[in-house]
Design a protein around this ligand. Structure first.
Ligand SMILES: [Zn+2]
Length: 265
């Protein structure tokens, strides 16, 4: 069992120098953020890949937020995910996490079938790249991506998946049941995102700093069930809160070891 804790984005503002900073702080993972678009060229992605090999830090990628596989613009959305995968393979990063899209006028069943069809096209395109893609559960009622939908797609298409605990909380307006969630998760390495969260009548409003009591309860579930996982901190203070998350695990008796061994993805 291995637990990796990491930041959403680089603590230094540069992916190149962020890897060493993450390692220096005793953390084990960094999620490269393409949320507002992919500004990274292939050359830089390859340099970051070289830098990654010098450190024990696992890289993953968050694809742009402007993705809606369930709209007429599906092709442009697929391209954003495929381009994210292309940079990811050059960096040695995996998985590439993405929000699938919005139901719009589609029924839940039609939306699921369409998401499946779109993701299958992406998988065909990135075959052999060595990069996994991970649809993420979402926090707003208008967004496709319940836990069931995401796990269903992952199972049918043999993809990875991402479980965002803040989104799960927002979707259930704080009345979420972690026991029920953990009961349906497959026994494999799980890519989590975690932060505090605020919600309104439509679900998720924004990510917040972590709440120590809530994270402690979450960490207990991981330890009791011996879940091999990566947990990316998506709070507004990702670097500080990721270190707090690590400390909470240590206070619960978990030893991360001097250097978490990171298998090249
Ligand atoms: Zn996300």
């Amino acid at each position: 069992m291995k637990i990796r804790i990491g930041t959403a984005g680089s603590p230094t503002g540069s992916n190149m120098t962020g890897i060493a900073a993450v390692e220096e702080a005793g953390l084990h993972a960094m999620e490269v953020q393409f949320g507002r678009g992919i500004q990274m060229g292939n050359g830089l992605a390859e340099k970051i890949g070289e830098e990654r090999k010098r450190h024990s830090v696992a890289l993953s990628v968050h694809a742009p937020y402007y993705v809606n596989l369930l709209s007429e613009k599906a092709e442009a959305s697929r391209k954003r995910i495929i381009d994210s995968c292309d940079r990811a393979r050059r960096m040695g990063a995996s998985p590439v996490v993405f929000h699938p899209g919005y139901y719009g006028k589609l029924s839940k069943e039609r939306a699921y079938e369409e998401a499946k069809r779109q993701i299958a096209i992406i998988l065909e395109h990135i075959k052999g790249w060595g990069v996994e893609i991970a649809p993420e559960n979402t926090g707003k009622d208008s967004q496709f991506g319940t836990i069931e939908e995401v796990l269903g797609l992952a199972k049918e298409l043999k993809t990875s998946f991402c479980i965002d605990i803040a989104h799960f909380r927002a979707k259930h307006r704080g009345k979420e049941n972690l026991d029920e969630l953990f009961a349906v998760l497959p026994k494999k390495h799980i890519h989590f995102q975690y932060s505090g969260v605020e919600w309104n009548s439509g679900g998720e409003k924004r990510h917040m700093l972590i709440d120590k009591a809530h994270f402690t309860a979450f960490a207990r579930h991981i330890l009791e069930r011996k879940i091999d996982c990566t947990i990316i901190c998506e709070s507004p203070e990702t670097f500080e809160d990721a270190q707090k998350m690590k400390k909470i695990f240590e206070d619960l008796g978990w030893e991360f070891g001097a250097k978490a061994s990171v298998k090249a993805n």
